[in-house]
Design a protein around this ligand. Sequence first.
Ligand code: GLU
Length: 317
Amino acid sequence: MVLATMRGRFAPSPTGRMHLGNVRSALLGWLQARAAGGAFLLRIEDLDRARCRPQFLQDLYEDLRWLGLDWDETPLVQSERDGVYREAQAKLEREGLIYPCFCTRTEIARAASAPHGLSDEGPRYPGTCANLTAGQISERSRTRAPAYRFRARPGEVRFVDALMGPQVQDVQALVGDFVVRRNDGVASYQLAVVVDDAASGITHVLRGDDLLPSTPRQLQLYAALGLGAPAFLHVPLVLGEDGKRLAKRDGAFALAELRARGRPPEHVLGLLAAWSGLGDGGPVTLPALVARYRTDVLPRAPVVAREALLLDALGLR
Ligand code: GLU
């Protein structure tokens, strides 16, 4: 039997300097792919033009290179791929799976009365625009540009996450019809990530578990577009001592900052390995980690990043 090569990826949004939580996801994705002798791709998720900066992108490349996390192939850049997203949208449109939505955020919040159904997209979309007539659509288009929504399929979506185990979500009940193109004309994350992972032949997606609730939506898009879905592995996030997830503004854990303090990458890798069940915190090299990588040791609970431990691990105090 010929085993297809594993293809993993890291898909950062250059909206700030990478902190050690982002870097840990990159490292684990890289390790998963390299330990299997597979390819590892980078994709720049810069659809949110207002928040992305060229400087953050430069820092990101430098961070990854400094750690030794190399990538194969030229990275896809989402802001250059709108044509591809439009093609996918047109395919869904031909199948009657998309409709224009003229609702404002406030209208949606007002219309959503149910206490349940609060997803990461906000309240469940109640389907206000799901059955507009052609006349209503052209009339409303005069005053407001529409967003486009995918008609979420009814029923439970099930999948097995390689780390978090069996997952189930009723997308229609929890999220409702979801946006594939925003009203500012930009493709949504959900659509772009599916189209791009499929276009790149990604077989394994490893990312933070903040995106675990998005996966059922993405699986519905894969099915509707007739695309094969990858395997998923969601790692619990790294939290700060306040219990909140590390944010790109948390300077202490920005990799660029640590690089500037002159510590060798092996110290940072040691810390990331300790956060991943792959080491005791002492300095470690990438080849040693490749040899050591196993999915079943990855923690299933959030890791708390303590600044004191960080300073110790880096020999900074
Ligand atoms: N661009 C997303 C982020 O930075 C990650 C998307 C993904 O891995 O699917 O959070």
